[in-house]
Design a protein around this ligand. Sequence first.
Ligand SMILES: *[C@@H]1O[C@H](CO)[C@@H](O)[C@H](O)[C@H]1NC(C)=O
Ligand SMILES: *[C@@H]1O[C@H](CO)[C@@H](O)[C@H](O)[C@H]1NC(C)=O
Ligand SMILES: *[C@@H]1O[C@H](CO)[C@@H](O)[C@H](O)[C@H]1NC(C)=O
Ligand SMILES: *[C@@H]1O[C@H](CO)[C@@H](O)[C@H](O)[C@H]1NC(C)=O
Length: 383
Amino acid sequence: MATFASSSSLKQPLIIVSFVFATLTGLHSPANACFTSVFSFGDSIADTGNLLAISRSTGQLPTSAFPPNGRTFFHRPTGRRCDGRLIIDFLAEALGFPFLPPYYGSENGRSEQFGKGVNFAVAGATALNSSFLAKKGIPNHSTNNSLGDQVNSFKDLLPSLCSSSSELLRTSLIAMGEIGGNDYNHAFRAGKNFKEIRELVPLVVDIITSSINELIELGAVTLLVPGNFPIGCSTSYLTQFQGSDKDEYDPFGCLTWLNQFSEHHNDLLQKELGKLRIRHPGVNIVYADYYNPTMRLYRSPSQFGFKETLKVCCGSGGPYNFNASISCGSPSLKRSCDDPSSYISWDGIHYTEATYKLVATAVFEELMNCIRSLNGEECIPTQ
Ligand SMILES: *[C@@H]1O[C@H](CO)[C@@H](O)[C@H](O)[C@H]1NC(C)=O
Ligand SMILES: *[C@@H]1O[C@H](CO)[C@@H](O)[C@H](O)[C@H]1NC(C)=O
Ligand SMILES: *[C@@H]1O[C@H](CO)[C@@H](O)[C@H](O)[C@H]1NC(C)=O
Ligand SMILES: *[C@@H]1O[C@H](CO)[C@@H](O)[C@H](O)[C@H]1NC(C)=O
């Protein structure tokens, strides 16, 4: 047990953390944090029901609205592209919060339900806006929502949440991403060449950092900013680039050049976050490493209880049990593997709850380490 505090002279949120932490086997004890709210931005990696809610008005339900999505934890589909909880769900649990409600489609004015936070992440959302991407020949899929739209929605909501938005933001945790993965996914899907896709990276990172800046200007002082996953191990990419030269694969069956691409995005993102930290010395900007904790699972699957690394749990045949034209939950794909917790990949693009839990554990530890490393006075709980 330990109590950590951050310096109020640095305008940090007051944080008390009291937890028995937690091996990589689970997030057992909720940390009692002084965060009053959690706000989340991103794409399907963090979407707890936004795309589903948006789609109700158009009648075009996404496949995440159907089983077997949700089978492990919620025992019903919730709009999450997973058998259970996502990283943001595990973080909310670990911080002692309820699962974040989706913002969109829920009569946005009902701010009382958003008191402890709200989620703006939309499956399919991009960092760059859809008109900009469309001009580059990169079409949207499932939504034209982008990070800028999400930040604007947040700004619209703020006045109804609190009389002082800077006070609210001071004690809030902002989860900024993962976002940007779809800009690349959609570009690869559109057959853009690698040079064109690489040129998107600084633009994507620039949108993320300018969104962070906007939130800091509104008063945010603690931001968690995830990087990208190792997409070279992602089944959708392994299927798209099936039959590549043997020497393009690493010993775990992942495509090296694609993993290097993810690392390139992550390196640039971290470099820019470093600049933001210098510009805003009173602000905690925590990089959330999704890449390395996930790579650990591919390297030592049995250590974490995984039997299948690259094959997907909810899939429909082929060498990786994945077919991009039949997604999990579609009418012809209602079944999944017997034991999702022995699979890293849920549907070829997204991960199983078991994977998310392990990544969330590593991320939560990073967040707590960062907060702990700040010098400070005794924390005064705000709740
Ligand atoms: C879309 O993004 C581009 C580049 O960041 C920007 O110039 C443009 O104003 C944006 N358009 C909309 C509608 O937000
Ligand atoms: C994609 O974006 C265009 C405008 O850029 C929009 O009209 C269309 O509805 C979007 N598609 C989806 C599936 O949201
Ligand atoms: C986004 O798509 C919706 C329909 O899905 C459309 O009503 C809206 O105008 C589009 N927005 C932009 C900026 O293209
Ligand atoms: C994927 O599914 C489509 C539609 O059912 C089918 O036509 C195609 O042959 C499948 N591809 C593979 C590689 O199995």
